[in-house]
Design a protein around this ligand. Structure first.
Ligand code: SAM
Length: 294
């Protein structure tokens, strides 16, 4: 039972009962691994720092297990679920929660700015999800790049992806995702979650990570788009030098000689690799490239 006295879903028995009652079959293509551990659910709510004033956007509610916890702790929850077969289940499992709203659809196609406007007067929202692992990065990047007003984003992801988000220059996990996440947010791993906390069990370990969105980006650049093109170019070909990465990028219009000149003007060695550069250094190089382009 939850605080409200409502029966909650967070046990393997109840989850199986609901799935059987509705004849539900898991769809691998939607990354469906449902949580069945109350400690993990408590941990997610705690990590997200949800208060009774908050509006929460949940991505992929499944049968509503985490949604029930979110509803108990917040003012209002909007849950966006792609799988049509889950909608009748959600209507039933969330029926005792007057503050739950369900939208059937793809999160990548929602106007989240409009959602923040409608449900939270345009103020920064909290996003919580046990993410479908097949589209973790596109979802996170869309949230950040569309400049939706965000307070924090608390998500269950593959442990390896959480490590990449937090990684520092020089480590094996450091890459385009680390830089993109750290440009917008401060990452903090809140819990490690083993496969037996889900039905069906995923093949990998998972982690809950909270991304606290920064009020101001940690570096200023003249062209944000070019900064990210440069970052992608640097890590697309990990074993190549930065010079070759820039010259070979389909997104960037610079020759090898121009790349070499920019690297030298930014004060780096000719043979430097992207994995050695900090965000500030990428920003410096991006500004030199902007100057050269114009
Ligand atoms: N929140 C539930 C839980 O913790 O038990 C389910 C989590 S499960 C890992 C991911 C959920 O995201 C599934 O219900 C899946 O159908 C849904 N999903 C997958 N792709 C989606 C998309 N593009 N937009 C919205 N929901 C999606």
């Amino acid at each position: 039972m939850g605080k409200s006295g409502k029966e909650k879903l967070s046990s393997p028995q109840q989850t199986i009962q609901v799935l059987q009652k509705h004849n539900f079959n898991f769809k691998k293509k939607f990354g469906q691994n449902f949580l069945i551990d109350p400690h993990v659910l408590d941990k997610i709510v705690e990590a997200a720092q949800i208060t009774s004033e908050d509006f929460v956007l949940e991505i992929g509610p499944g049968i509503g297990t985490l949604t029930q916890y979110l509803c108990e702790h917040s003012r209002q929850v909007l849950a966006v679920e792609i799988d049509k077969n889950l909608i009748p289940i959600l209507k039933e499992t969330l029926s005792p929660y007057g503050n739950a709203h369900i939208i059937q659809g793809d999160i990548l196609k929602q106007d989240i700015e409009q959602i923040a406007e409608t449900y939270n007067d345009g103020k920064p929202i909290k996003v919580v999800a046990n993410l479908p692992y097949y589209i973790t990065t596109p979802i996170i990047m869309q949230l950040f790049e569309s400049h939706v007003p965000l307070a924090n984003v608390t998500v269950m992801v593959q442990k390896e992806v959480a490590d990449r988000m937090k990684a520092e220059p020089g480590s094996k996990d450091y890459g385009a995702l680390s830089l993109a996440v750290q440009y917008y947010a401060l990452p903090c791993i809140a819990a490690l979650v083993p496969p037996n906390c889900f039905i069906p069990r995923p093949n990998v370990g998972s982690a809950v990570i909270r991304l606290d969105c920064l009020a101001k980006t940690p570096v200023e650049v003249r062209d944000e788009k070019l900064l990210f093109q440069l970052i992608r170019a640097s890590f697309n070909q990990r074993r190549k030098t930065l010079q070759n990465g820039i010259a070979n990028s389909a997104e960037l219009p610079f020759s090898k000689a121009q790349a070499a000149e920019a690297i030298s003007r930014a004060g780096f060695d000719a043979g430097i690799r992207g994995e050695k550069l900090k965000l500030q250094e990428f920003a410096r190089l991006a500004d030199v490239l902007v100057e050269m382009r114009s």
